[in-house]
Design a protein around this ligand. Structure first.
Ligand code: 6GU
Length: 257
């Protein structure tokens, strides 16, 4: 899967996404991260990419031209790669029409990102993220290129880079092969709308605290039952708002809620 991240701070992206699990997935060829510097596309002789908002107000806006030209360049790269990969003869589009890539603008003025969205976006062959800075981006270029507006939560950040990296990480780990253990992509927190159960490793006793005995019992069914109960109780305690949507049996609702 290809991630194209349009930003004024490409080093920030390259640094973060070259580390740990995502970095390993890039090295193994499951993911490719393209950090695209919007400033490289400005036609301004002083390399300017921002200007004052019409009508006045605080701060500067990113101008339409460099953003649009950077995006067009990414679209051309995607198209070239598709032509290379598909023999022109049996390509459905005959090498002509190409649908525009999914293009996500990171903004607090949008629906909040969820695990469900991460799963859905992981089915795409390529994703384009536009990171705004300053007070935002000229509305006209957003209208032209953006397919999805996404926020990562109800608070304000200084730019879209951290949200883009949050989304890229969450999407990437749903791409087959990225996680070493395929199971961990699905049985974790938020699957079935419940939080994950507590976990323990060696030693059996630490700081006067013992590992719950059921986990040492070797009884698989009992362990699963205990984990399920812990998930429900933890969700009730920490995120009661999730319980309405959670997949619980009638018996579980009766027993725990
Ligand atoms: Cl997606 N962008 C910015 N700039 N701030 C945010 C956000 C996004 N989500 C929450 N705060």
């Amino acid at each position: 899967m290809h991630f194209y991240i349009l930003t004024l701070f490409p080093e920030m992206i390259e640094q973060a996404l070259s580390t740990s699990i995502i970095g390993r997935a890039v090295q193994k060829g499951y993911l490719k991260i393209h950090a695209v510097n919007i400033r490289d596309y400005t036609t301004d002789k002083h390399k300017k990419v921002d200007d004052y908002p019409y009508g006045g107000g605080a701060g500067m806006l990113m101008q339409a031209q460099p953003v649009y030209d950077a995006w067009r360049s990414v679209c051309a790269q995607i198209k070239d790669r598709k032509i290379q990969n598909s023999s022109m003869a049996n390509s459905r589009e005959g090498g002509l029409g190409w649908s525009r890539p999914r293009t996500i603008y990171l903004t607090p003025q949008a629906p909040v990102f969820t695990q469900g969205m991460a799963k859905e976006l992981a089915l795409e062959e390529e994703l384009v993220f536009l990171c705004g800075h300053y007070e935002g981006v000229d509305e006209r270029v957003l209208e032209e290129i953006v397919t999805d507006y996404v926020s990562i939560g109800d608070y304000v950040l200084t730019g879209g880079e951290l949200p883009a990296m949050v989304m890229a990480d969450a999407v990437a780990r749903m791409v087959p092969g990225v996680l070493a253990n395929e199971q961990s992509g699905s049985t974790e927190s938020l699957e079935g709308g419940l939080l994950e159960y507590p976990q323990y490793s060696r030693p059996e006793e630490w700081n006067g605290k013992k590992v719950p005995p059921v986990l040492l019992s070797g009884n698989h069914a009992k362990v699963e039952q205990w984990r399920r109960e812990q998930s429900i109780l933890r969700t009730k305690e920490r995120r009661p708002d999730l319980l309405a949507q959670a997949e619980l049996t009638d018996k579980e609702r009766e027993t725990y809620l």
